[in-house]
Design a protein around this ligand. Structure first.
Ligand code: FAD
Length: 468
């Protein structure tokens, strides 16, 4: 136990990494304090990330679906959009979750200190308290979980019509014409929301494709279903100037296929990536190494170079995803408690919660080719899925990637409605070292979209002449 006024465990930052680490530490009997600058727990994910974006994506996907119901024989009146009420719904969703976290912290006797924390030395953190004054907290061990922040492009002026993901989630107005700078998951999710609410979209991306990281065959299906939202998809294009004028935001592009003249927009969403907060917490005072880019290097037990200080989540590296942060947090807390825990996840799934959703995990075909890994694949097109057809959404497919020699599963990708929910089974199969026969012979319920995972494995087996 800790001496008077000393904590066994101090956690800096209350995102999914921070609160998960603090709760696990407290459950293991450690006297725990969590320091967070904002008034609610939950970090980026609950307050301005995963959760609010999904609340809006769900609502707008339903809105889109009603527009297709005429083909099913049901006609609705033209939808009335009350943006204030929609914002209110999103706030309510956040409130339920952050309120729940506050209750869980209290139940575990995790002390929450609100303010901005800075390390003073390897055992003290000074907090500039939100309600004035400072407090120095003494700790035996610590977990740094200070997360990441939006990357601001230097040439972009301050203007209420230019937003980052946080500003976009505030849902202040629906633009007629919107530009998304950065064709990654966050930009495309938020773009989808605004498009369903009435905005026309342009997107500009430096790379040669949207949703980098996922195999192109998956992205192609999403793109075909979403082309109607876009006036212009500008790939291999750079944004070089942004000017805020009275009649709109004027943006200049550079690239082979870029428009030669500046383009006018009512709203510009900057979604060009996120940067770790490692340099903003006085880590050097505690002797913790931070890279030039602001990441904190850790070992497989989530220890920094200072053995009693751990780091987790967005600020230890890619992928910057909530589910990675949570698992790392549990390892850090358990190791701090003296257990032999390690972060040894084989795979971390990625999901774009667009409509349709795009989900992938483990090796992609692109990675296999780049790394010279011999693979074979099993693909099940949803056009042959009873459930997908009944849902009127049979554009998707499920793809499993197998090691060519052992037929063990090494990756998978799904595009279609609920792909993010379906990919979990593929993650488990990879972690368990399952092969095509294991997956194909597992009885999946009929008729479900999940069936497509078993059927993709069967499709692969059927195509094999050399079953192991
Ligand atoms: P964070 O959530 O960033 O939390 C860090 C906390 O530390 C913050 O609350 C911050 O205020 C606090 N803090 C930082 N410095 C200090 C200091 N000096 N003193 C006190 N407090 C401090 N991920 C997914 O897995 N799925 C998704 O669907 C998804 N959607 C997203 C959508 C958007 C729009 C965005 C922006 C992100 C999304 N992410 C998603 C990413 C996800 O939000 C992050 O990976 C996750 O929040 C990282 O958790 P973390 O605990 O590392 O840090």
């Amino acid at each position: 136990g800790a001496a008077d006024g000393e904590y066994d465990m101090l956690v800096l930052g209350a995102g999914p990494g921070g609160y998960s680490g603090a709760f696990r530490a407290a459950d293991l009997g450690m006297k725990t304090v969590i320091v967070e600058r904002f008034s609610t727990l939950g970090g980026v994910c609950l307050n301005v990330g995963c959760i609010p974006s999904k609340a809006l994506l769900h609502t707008t996907a339903v809105l889109d679906e009603t527009r297709h119901m005429a083909e099913h024989g049901i006609t609705f009146a033209e939808p009335q959009i009350d943006i204030d009420k929609l914002r209110g719904y999103k706030e309510k969703v956040i409130g339920k979750l952050t309120g729940g976290l506050a209750g869980m912290a209290k139940a575990r006797k995790v002390e929450v200190v609100q303010g901005v924390g800075t390390f003073v030395d390897p055992h003290h953190l000074s907090v500039a308290l939100a309600d004035g004054g400072t407090r120095v907290l003494k700790f035996k061990q610590a977990i740094i979980a200070a997360g990441s922040s939006v990357v601001n492009l230097p040439f972009i002026p301050q203007d209420p019509r230019i937003v980052d993901s946080t500003g976009a989630l505030e849902l202040r107005f629906i633009p007629k014409k919107m530009l998304i700078i950065g064709g990654g998951i966050i930009g495309l999710e938020m773009g989808s929301v605004y498009s369903s609410l009435g905005a026309r979209l342009d997107v500009v991306e430096m790379m040669d494709g949207l949703m980098q990281g996922a195999d192109r065959d998956l992205v192609k299906v999403w793109q075909k279903m979403n082309e109607h939202r876009f006036d212009n998809i500008m790939l291999k294009t750079k944004t070089v100037a942004v000017e805020a004028k009275e009649d709109g935001i004027w943006v200049t592009f550079e690239g082979d296929k870029a428009p030669k003249e500046p383009q006018r927009y009512d709203m510009v969403l900057v979604a060009a990536g996120r940067a770790p907060n490692g340099k903003k917490i006085g880590a050097e005072n505690a002797g913790v190494v931070v890279t030039d880019r602001g990441f904190i290097p850790v070992d497989k037990q989530m220890r920094t170079n200072v053995p009693h200080i751990f780091a987790i989540g967005d600020l230890v590296g890619q992928p910057m995803l909530a589910h990675k942060a949570v698992h790392e947090a549990h390892v850090a807390a358990e190791v701090a408690h003296g257990e032999k825990a390690y972060f040894d996840a084989k795979v971390i799934p990625g999901v774009a919660y667009t409509d349709p959703e795009v989900a992938w995990v483990g090796m992609t075909e692109e990675q296999c080719k780049a790394q010279g890994v011999k693979y074979e694949k099993g693909v099940f097109p949803w056009a042959a899925s009873g459930r997908a057809i009944a849902n009127g959404r049979d554009e998707g497919f499920t793809k499993l990637i197998f090691d060519a020699n052992t037929h063990q599963i090494i990756g998978g990708g799904i595009v279609g409605t609920h792909a993010g929910d379906l990919i979990g089974e593929v993650c488990l199969a990879i972690e368990m070292g399952a092969d095509a026969v294991d997956i194909g012979k597992t009885i999946h319920p009929h008729p479900t979209l999940g069936e497509s995972v078993g059927l993709a494995a069967e499709a692969f087996e059927g195509s094999c002449t050399d079953l192991p």
